[in-house]
Design a binder for this molecule. Sequence first.
Ligand code: 2BA
Length: 107
Amino acid sequence: MKMITAIVNKKDAGEVCDALAEEKFTFTKMATTGGFLKSGNVTLLIGTDDDKVDRALDLIKKHCAKRMEPMPAMVSAGVPTLGYYKTEVLVGGATVFVSAVERFEKM
Ligand code: 2BA
């Protein structure tokens, strides 16, 4: 058995959780905070059989891949709410650890 610890962007958490649940993975979702940026992210603890690890990682990759997304940004130029233009920001990405589970019990 393995424990997958996946730290994902808050924006992607809903989709990846739905995909994991749909494929009957058992997991715990925790609201966490990145130590560097100190902004919220989501950590998933996924305990699973060795032969299902790759499938879980595929789902995480599919729903949490880094990508550029359009975001409206305010043009100020010293004048409040002069207007908006579209820019792109990098979102998503996941940091994943896979660890061996020495013992697993439910009591
Ligand atoms: P990522 O490397 O993609 O990491 C995203 C979040 O994943 C991190 O949030 C942290 O919560 C978790 N994480 C990443 N590596 C980890 C590890 N080895 N152990 C435990 N948790 C880990 P933040 O700490 O807020 O970092 C956000 C982003 O800032 C990082 O994105 C990285 O691009 C950058 N960063 C982090 N630490 C840095 C540092 N010391 N110097 C420069 N940039 C840093």
